[in-house]
Write a protein that binds this ligand. Structure first.
Ligand SMILES: [Ca+2]
Length: 135
């Protein structure tokens, strides 16, 4: 289903290209086996959803994301609201699950690259594009 990123010219793959491809394959493999409903997201959404309106507020979204195990900061919560909330600053179920899946994928990718676990990664622009266009 997923197309693997190909090196710029076959036969001239550097060690870094190979490493990136291995990591990307790991991530793609993880994604393809991922549960459609992320990390108990359905239960979390129901917990915050007020009176079966089908929405949670952007404020509740912060708590819900926390409950799903993600620790973010205010700028990131603001970005998530801009990206996933509707014009009334509410988030519906599908958007909530999309957000969780995205966060999961991005964290997973980061951890795959951060092999020494120091919380920083180094990517070339092409690696960055492969990662973000895929995620
Ligand atoms: Ca690192």
């Amino acid at each position: 289903m997923l197309t693997q990123p190909a090196p710029a010219s076959a036969g001239e793959e550097t060690e870094e290209d190979q490493q990136f491809r291995t990591i990307f394959q790991q991530i793609a493999g993880d994604v393809s086996t991922r549960e459609p409903e992320s990390a108990g997201g359905t239960e979390i959404f129901k917990h915050y959803e007020a009176e079966h309106t089908g929405f949670i507020s952007s404020y509740e979204m912060r708590n819900a994301i926390n409950d799903a195990g993600f620790r973010l900061n205010n700028p990131l919560y603001n970005i998530i609201t801009m990206r996933y909330a509707n014009e009334n600053m509410n988030i519906d179920f599908d958007s909530f699950i999309s957000c969780l899946v995205r966060l999961e994928g991005m964290f997973r990718a980061f951890q795959a690259f951060d092999q020494d676990g120091d919380g920083t990664i180094s990517l070339s622009v092409l690696e960055w594009l492969q990662l973000t266009l895929y995620a």
